[in-house]
Ligand binder design. Structure first.
Ligand code: OAA
Ligand code: MG
Length: 256
C-alpha cells in the first residue's frame, strides 16, 4: 500500500510490517445496527450456523477447534485480517543476530476501526504464539471487539485479567518471535479451512466462531431473527405443555 494512504494511521502504526504488505485500510463494513441486532440474540452461533447451511455458505468453526480463552463471552464485529507463515530458520538465528521480530499484531489494530475483530491466520500453529498480554493491552485500549487466532496465544493469565475476548487454536508459552513472519494485513485469509475477507462479520461465543460474508450480513440477520423466534416459540410451547403436533408444526423438518 502507498505510504500516503497510511498517513492517517501514522500516529498508531509501529512499523512492524513493511507498508507494502498492508493490502487495504478502507473497505465496507456491516452497519452498527446490524451488529447490535446480532448482539441481542441468544444462542447466536448455532443459529447463524444453521442459516449459513441453508444458504450454502461455509462459515462455521467449532469451539473445539477455536476455543474461547474466557468462556461466557460473545462478540460480533467486522474482520480485519493478518496472515503469518512459518520462518525457515530456527529461533536461535533471530536471537543470536538480534534480528527484529516479525510479529505485526499491533499494526493490524492500528489500521482497524473501534469494534473490529482481529482475525489471525497463523497456519494453525497452535504451539507458537502470535499474540500475548502486551498485544491484548493494545487491542483493548484501541477498542477492538476481540481476537480470533488460528494459531497460539500466550500470557493467558493476562488475557483473562484484562477480560478481553480471544478464541484460539492453542495456548502456549512459546513465542512466535523468530518462528513466524507476518506476510499481509487485510488480505483474504483462511482460518480452520474457512475463508475470511476484511469486512466479513465475525460472530463468536462459547459454541464457536462463524464468519458471515459482509455482503450477506443483513440477509443472515433477518433469517437468524426468524429462526430464533421460531425456537423461542418451541421452548414456550414445551414449557406450557403443548402437544407434540402443535410444537412440530412450527419448525421445519430439518430442525428435528
Ligand atoms: O511474543 C509474543 O507472542 C507476544 C507477546 O508475548 C505479547 O504480546 O505479550
Ligand atoms: Mg508477552
Amino acid at each position: 500500500m502507498k505510504t500516503a494512504e497510511l498517513e492517517k494511521y501514522k500516529h498508531k502504526l509501529m512499523g512492524l510490517i513493511p507498508p507494502e504488505r498492508i493490502v487495504k485500510v478502507e473497505f465496507t463494513r456491516p452497519s452498527r445496527e446490524i451488529i447490535e441486532a446480532f448482539m441481542e440474540l441468544d444462542g447466536l452461533t448455532p443459529t447463524v450456523s444453521d442459516v449459513l447451511d441453508s444458504m450454502g455458505i461455509k462459515g462455521a468453526i467449532s469451539a473445539s477447534r477455536l476455543s474461547p480463552i474466557i468462556t461466557g463471552k460473545k462478540i460480533v464485529g467486522p474482520a480485519v485480517t493478518i496472515r503469518y507463515i512459518p520462518e525457515s530458520n530456527t529461533p536461535d538465528h533471530g536471537y543470536y543476530n538480534m534480528e527484529r521480530a516479525k510479529l505485526a499484531d499491533r499494526d493490524v489494530y492500528a489500521v482497524a476501526d473501534k469494534g473490529d475483530v482481529a482475525v489471525f491466520d497463523a497456519a494453525a500453529l497452535g504451539d507458537v504464539s502470535v499474540m500475548g498480554g502486551l498485544s491484548t493491552l493494545v487491542a483493548k485500549q484501541w477498542g477492538m471487539a476481540g481476537n480470533i487466532v488460528d494459531g497460539g496465544v500466550r500470557d493467558v493469565d493476562t488475557v483473562r485479567k484484562l477480560d478481553y475476548p480471544v478464541w484460539s487454536t492453542g495456548q502456549t508459552p512459546i513465542t512466535g518471535k523468530y518462528r513466524v513472519e507476518a506476510m499481509e494485513i487485510n488480505g483474504p485469509i483462511s482460518i480452520a479451512g474457512v475463508r475470511v475477507n476484511p469486512g466479513d462479520l465475525i460472530i463468536a461465543d462459547d459454541s464457536g466462531v462463524v464468519v458471515v460474508p459482509g455482503t450477506k450480513a443483513e440477509e443472515v440477520l433477518e433469517k437468524t431473527i426468524a429462526a430464533t423466534k421460531r425456537e423461542d416459540e418451541v421452548v414456550r410451547l414445551f414449557e406450557s405443555g403443548a402437544s407434540i403436533e402443535e410444537i412440530t408444526s412450527i419448525l421445519p423438518p430439518s430442525k428435528w
